[in-house]
Design a protein around this ligand. Structure first.
Ligand SMILES: CC(C)(COP(=O)(O)OP(=O)(O)OC[C@H]1O[C@@H](n2cnc3c(N)ncnc32)[C@H](O)[C@@H]1OP(=O)(O)O)[C@@H](O)C(=O)NCCC(=O)NCCS
Length: 395
């Protein structure tokens, strides 16, 4: 049990955000629970507080996060563990990543930062800022864990616009998406006039593993990164799109489905594909605070770039057919919309087949993909390009 914050109820007793007495440290297991209870008001959405805590524990146990999640607290260093007041908190996740420079690719570690929080009554005192400053110091000195891991970049997804995190080095990167409406089974069965779309195949989790995360597919992605970095003025980085990312997103959707759709079999269709053109995608259902926010997200697309006009047409048609399948799946799970991030020109063409008036949305406030790059201090290029900047990397 964390001590009550009686000494802080009068804001005059609060230490200023730049006080030398403030320190950033890793939460004890009990403190982690307390920090989740505190931030539940911001993020529990449609869950009750106990279910929200259970969700966080469930996600904590997933392969993606179980070895590398740290809950950080900003506290007064003079207060002993068990009695200290949480002034601000956040989490970091260790992520496998790729870095390609001058035609050489290396496996590396990156950090994801999330759940940046300060309780309402302590806001505006500079605590979140101080916490992030301290975090960047730890990252830059590679002190994140006992066995120091060399890390040259970290990512986060800001829901408070592009400026706040930029002051600590997390610069905004492309953050656009397409949003499409749902379609009913009847609409799905109708032909689109003048367009002949191929049949698609539903993907279960094991299929996603085979078609989207196999060693062969990942090797191709690595080769693309390596090639893109040859003679390029910027280093190329990506969060390695391993199967663990998808299982983390599915653990989340299955948890919500179990709570919000009792009696219904949890969702088993995890994506769709079209074999002839070799186009595949994985998705998850995101249950928002209100039903209007329920969104089926395409986590990632995998396809080979076509080389002829005929192949291009087949690839675009396959993408359009897969999008329609996603629109139907979203309908069957009471989602309000489907979304996918940072569309490529081929995906833009596919969307135009389904809805010529659809426009790419450039986000300004929520889910802004931000990257902090320190490679230039270690002999790499000043500029960095984030490849595979898709929803799978969000957490
Ligand atoms: C965002 C948050 C962590 C800031 O905590 P804080 O300790 O009050 O922050 P600080 O006092 O260090 O800094 C205040 C700055 O926060 C920024 N900020 C806070 N809320 C913001 C919002 N909704 N949109 C944009 N900026 C915001 C402002 O830029 C403000 O800057 P200013 O001092 O120049 O006006 C806190 O408001 C919070 O927990 N909000 C709810 C959860 C949340 O949205 N977290 C961020 C997820 S990406």
């Amino acid at each position: 049990m964390i001590a009550a914050d009686t000494s802080y109820t009068d804001n005059a007793a609060l230490l200023p955000g730049d006080s030398p007495e403030l320190t950033l440290l890793a939460a004890s297991p009990k403190e982690r629970v307390e920090s989740i209870k505190l931030n539940s008001t911001a993020w529990k959405g449609p869950l009750d507080p106990d279910s929200y805590l259970a969700r966080e524990d469930h996600l904590y146990r997933q392969p993606l996060t179980r070895d590398g999640l740290i809950c950080w607290l900003l506290v007064d260093r003079r207060e002993p563990e068990g009695q200290r007041t949480i002034l601000s908190s956040c989490e970091t996740y260790k992520k496998k990543a790729w870095l390609a420079h001058d035609g050489e690719l290396s496996d590396t570690i990156a950090y994801g930062v999330g759940s940046v929080y300060c309780r309402p009554e302590f806001r505006g005192q500079g605590y979140a800022k101080r916490m992030l400053q301290e975090l960047t110091i730890k990252m830059d000195e590679w002190q994140m864990e006992k066995a120091a891991n060399r890390t040259l970049f970290s990512v986060l997804f800001s829901d408070i616009g592009k400026n706040f995190y930029a002051q600590f080095g997390w610069k905004p990167f492309p953050s656009s998406h397409f949003e499409l409406p749902l379609i009913s089974k009847d609409d799905y069965n109708q032909q689109i006039p003048g367009v002949s779309l191929p049949n698609t195949r539903d993907l279960a989790a094991a299929d996603v593993q085979s078609y989207i995360c196999s060693d062969t597919v990942l090797q191709k992605e690595r080769d693309l990164l390596r090639t893109a970095s040859q003679n390029s003025p910027s280093t190329k980085i990506a969060i390695a799109p391993s199967f663990d990312h998808y299982s983390w997103h599915w653990a989340r959707e299955e948890f919500y489905a179990g709570k919000l759709c009792p009696g219904r079999t949890p969702p088993v269709i995890k994506g769709a594909g079209e074999d002839a053109s070799g186009v595949y995608c994985a998705w998850n259902r995101n249950f928002g605070e209100t039903p209007e926010e329920n969104t089926l997200y395409i986590l990632r697309w995998v396809y080979d770039d076509p080389t002829t006009a005929e192949e291009t047409k087949a690839t675009v048609n396959a993408m359009a057919a897969i999008l329609r399948r996603a629109q139907l799946e979203a309908h069957e799970w009471n989602m309000s919309t489907i979304q996918f991030w940072n569309p490529t020109p081929l995906l833009e063409k596919a969307v135009a087949l389904l809805d010529p008036s659809a426009k790419v949305v450039h986000r300004e406030k929520t889910s802004i993909a931000c990257l902090r790059w320190t490679g230039a201090d270690h002999g790499l290029t000043k500029d960095v390009e984030w490849l595979l900047n898709e929803k799978y990397a969000w957490c």
